[in-house]
Design a protein around this ligand. Structure first.
Ligand SMILES: Nc1ncnc2c1ncn2[C@@H]1O[C@H](COP(=O)(O)OP(=O)(O)OP(=O)(O)O)[C@@H](O)[C@H]1O
Length: 849
């Protein structure tokens, strides 16, 4: 009414409203005192000034942040927070966006270990006598194990009630409820529109269409939001899980190394688990919420509505129908969970083959091994394809049954139910309502039989028509909801497969992280991960091994192979050690023990505390130099980051100095500056790569360094200078090499691979009496061998002379001895010998002078 009245005015209603308020303010100002007006003016001015200042401050801060972001992005760097958080800047549109990553607290890992390593017995995930044994992969499917696994993962995905994910799930639920409500409204409106159309009520019909369009617009927005929130939830889950996994995987416990080399729980497919399986799991989990949550709500609401309009009989029929079909489908459905889990594994194997080829492309190209690699790749793909085809074949039968039940048998059932009020009004919910009381012809005949004389009859018919349409739509929605639930059963089984993969990954990571290899004593194999009794002592001023067996480990739960039974030596700062011995003697194994890669099964290993720079640091340069992604600067400062270096106040000049010390000073100009990014492993030569390793060592300047053939590709003229450079910087060297020429740069020598079985060793100071003695003994041994060779040569000449005299003497053929004539031989053999002898004699005769 108000709208109609304003329309009668000639003036614009907005300007009238504005005028009204201006007049009111003006009247108010007239009545206020001068002081109050002054005060108000001052407050207003101050407000304007402070808000302008605030905006200016905000703007300059934002600009500074953007500049910092651009600079750090260029330098491949970030910021470190006091709480251990890292702030990274990532490219976003034309600028940068700030991302802060908080590390997972160790207490969270401790709390979760119970979920992943000690699942409840009821879940059937563990050995009943030793529940702490990490769960073997149970058959993935809809069972208690799946429930436990999913809830455990949910603990990571939604860590708190106050977390962002809860908010997202809540908003998603609101939109899902809204959509259900809108479906109800649409069902009712549908009935009304048809009723008005049949009743010939033009105005009401048009108004109905208008409402339909308005609701349609709102419903489309709701649907779009549901999809958007579903994707947001999936990404949020993935972010939580990925960060959690990365914190476990890249911990100081070297989980990333031990996972493949010692545990083997996920084979060498950790990458496949973290990228592919995790994504599939998060997508499936997020979509399940809407694909299962919405139809569930629909089912309750629509069933209630149908109960009201169709009565208890219809509802019991509906429920019985659900139950029967769900049971049937569950019985006949193939094990989708298990199939999905195996599919993931096969995908991983195929991907690993490709990753391997990319990593070794140069070697394969040199050998021309493409044909062989192709065979392997084709084989891998054939296996994957076979598996996928098997799954699709299994799905045909199931999909057929599913479609028939959910689409056709359910609609037929729906018609039967909606017909209840028509044929059995007394049984339906409308039994005593007046519009259902009249025995009627079918709705179709009613619509054609509208006449002036039978208004009451028509009213009843159109009401019945409306309720039929509404019920039919409700039935359709219900059938849709029911079928979506049934379809989701399949999705749920597939989710069980993905859940099992992700759960297996996280529990294996926890097992490696906590070294939780508990087995009953009778099942512990010697030198297996369950049999680690030695100690790795960090924070020692030198390097010491005491009665340590050097054992090449094996995957859990097998035994490792003993290379050296007991190794003992002690080095103090300044004791430069050369470890030498034949290939495979266990030189690198000693480095792996010191670095903590291989377990100390027995005895004691002591070493400086940190791996890396500093006075309490020990740095390892491996045989194959590793070049990380990033700038040229990153190659030299690795494993430190640009953030660490700038926090320590170290400049590029220092990095340049280290490059020069490694005889690589030309690199910065050649490659176009410190911020150049390239695929460095392809750009640098073998020797250059090793020298970058040395430059890294100079930059870090640790107290100790272990060089594992780290200069094998460096030219001889440079190598000596590099060793001396290390020593000048106060670095004590432990060099692993087969080249005895490096002895002159060291003070101690450890020789491995001695003795008949190659498991003995010798440790001594270079240049001592004992060492001279041992070199002397070695030389004497060589001289003796040489003498033996001389003796044998002389003896051979004597024998040859003797033979000459025996067989051919001054041109006459002599009688051969008896044994040559074959005394004591068989008849046949004697004849053959005689024949051969005859032939030889003939030859002799021909050539004899
Ligand atoms: N990750 C591993 N798992 C199990 N065994 C290993 C592993 N790495 C090496 N081995 C085995 O340990 C033994 C010692 O290897 P190591 O690399 O220490 O030899 P090395 O003396 O350094 O030889 P080279 O001079 O060829 O480098 C070898 O027999 C090798 O097969």
């Amino acid at each position: 009414m108000a709208a109609q009245s304003t329309l009668r005015h000639a003036d614009d209603p907005i300007s009238i409203l504005l005028k009204h308020y201006v007049d009111r303010i003006r009247a108010g100002l007239m009545t206020t005192s001068r002081t109050a007006r002054l005060l108000a003016a001052v407050v207003l001015t101050l407000g304007i000034i402070s808000s302008s200042y605030g905006s200016y401050k905000w703007y300059t801060k934002r600009r500074k942040e953007k500049e910092t972001g651009r600079r750090l992005l260029r330098r491949n760097s970030g910021l470190r927070g006091k709480d251990g958080s890292r702030t990274l800047f990532v490219p976003y549109k034309h600028s940068t966006a700030r991302v802060t990553i908080y590390p997972t607290k160790p207490t969270t890992f401790d709390a979760h270990r119970r979920l992943f390593l000690q699942p409840p017995r009821a879940a059937g995930l563990s050995d009943s006598s030793y529940p702490q044994v990490p769960p073997p992969q149970t058959r993935p499917g809809l069972n208690l194990a799946f429930l436990h696994q999913f809830l455990s993962l949910l603990n990571i995905m939604v860590p708190r009630w106050s977390s962002k994910e809860t908010g997202l799930l809540f908003s998603h639920s609101i939109f899902l409820l809204l959509r259900t409500y809108l479906s109800l409204v649409v069902a009712r409106l549908d009935g009304e529109i048809v009723r008005d159309l049949v009743g010939g009520k033009g105005r009401a019909f048009i108004w109905g269409i208008a409402k339909w369009l308005a609701i349609g617009g709102f419903a489309s927005y709701t649907n779009a939001m549901i999809k958007f929130l579903q994707s947001k939830i999936s990404i949020a889950f993935r972010t939580r899980l990925t960060r959690y996994i990365h914190d476990l995987y890249l911990s100081d416990k070297l989980t990333y190394y031990k996972l493949t080399n010692l545990d083997g729980g996920v084979g060498n497919q950790a990458d496949q688990f973290i990228t592919q399986d995790l994504t599939l799991f998060c997508d499936a989990a997020a979509s399940l919420y809407s694909s299962l949550g919405k139809p569930m709500v629909d089912l309750v609401v629509f069933n209630y509505q149908l109960y009201r309009s169709l009565g208890p009989l219809a509802l019991s029929g509906l429920l019985a129908n659900y139950f029967a079909t769900a049971t049937l489908l569950r019985r006949l459905s193939p094990p989708f969970g298990k199939l999905k889990a195996v599919e993931g594994k096969r995908e991983g194997e195929f991907r690993a083959l490709h990753a391997r080829l990319i990593a070794n492309a140069e070697e394969v190209a040199f050998y021309g091994g493409d044909a062989m690699e192709k065979v392997e790749l084709d084989k891998g793909f054939r296996e994957l394809k076979g598996w996928m085809e098997e799954i699709y074949r299994l799905k045909i039968r199931y999909n057929m049954l599913e479609d028939f039940i959910l689409k056709y048998s359910w609609s037929a059932f729906g018609y039967l139910i909606t017909a209840l009020p028509v044929f059995l009004p007394a049984w339906s919910g409308q039994g005593d309502s007046d519009d259902g009381a009249t025995p009627t012809p079918s709705p179709a005949t009613t619509t054609t039989g509208v006449s002036e004389a039978n208004i009451e009859h028509n009213t009843h018919s159109s009401t019945r028509m409306r309720s039929f349409i509404t019920n039919k739509r409700l039935m359709l929605s219900l059938a849709d909801a029911g079928s979506r639930i049934m379809y989701s059963l399949k999705d749920l089984s597939e989710l069980a497969g993905h859940t099992s993969r992700v759960y297996t990954l996280i529990s294996t990571l926890h097992r490696v992280h906590a070294s939780a290899y508990y087995l009953p004593p009778s099942q512990i194999a010697p030198y297996s991960p369950s049999d680690i009794q030695g100690t790795l002592h960090l924070g020692f001023g030198g390097v010491r091994l005491e009665n340590v067996p050097v054992v090449a480990p094996s995957l859990f739960p097998s035994s490792g192979e003993e290379l050296i039974p007991h190794l003992t030596f002690l080095l103090r700062p300044g004791d430069h050690l050369l470890i030498t011995g034949p290939n495979g003697a266990g030189k690198s194994a000693v480095a792996r023990l010191l670095a903590g890669l291989w377990p100390v099964y027995r005895g004691l290993v002591s070493r400086p505390r940190r791996v890396g720079a500093g006075d309490d640091g020990i740095m390892f340069l491996p045989q194959r130099p590793y070049l990380p992604q990033g700038t040229l600067r990153d190659q030299v400062i690795y494993p430190a980051t640009a953030a660490d270096v700038s926090a320590a106040g170290r400049a590029d000049a220092e990095v340049q100095e280290c490059l020069e010390a490694a005889k690589l000073g030309y690199l910065v100009d050649r490659e176009g500056g410190w911020d150049t990014r390239k695929e460095w492993k392809d750009v640098l030569s073998g020797g250059e790569k090793q020298r970058v390793g040395l430059a890294r060592l100079f930059f870090a300047s640790p107290r100790w360094a272990v060089l594992d053939e780290a200069t094998s590709a460096v030219s001889g003229d440079v190598e000596g200078g590099l060793f001396e450079g290390c020593k000048e910087r106060g670095i004590t060297l432990i060099t692993l090499s087969t080249r005895a020429s490096l002895k002159r740069h060291h003070t101690h020598l450890l020789t491995l691979g001695l003795g008949p079985h190659g498991d003995e060793w010798d440790f001594q100071r270079i240049g001592t009496e004992q060492e001279k003695q041992s070199v002397e003994t070695e030389l004497q041994e060589l001289r003796d061998r040489l003498k033996m060779v001389e003796t044998w040569r002389r003896r051979r000449e004597e024998i040859e002379r003797e033979l000459d005299r025996v067989w051919v003497g001054a041109g006459d053929v002599l009688e051969p001895p008896d044994y040559v004539n074959g005394a004591g031989m068989g008849e046949g053999e004697r004849d053959r010998r005689a024949e051969v002898q005859g032939a030889e004699d003939g030859d002799e005769r021909d050539v004899a002078p």
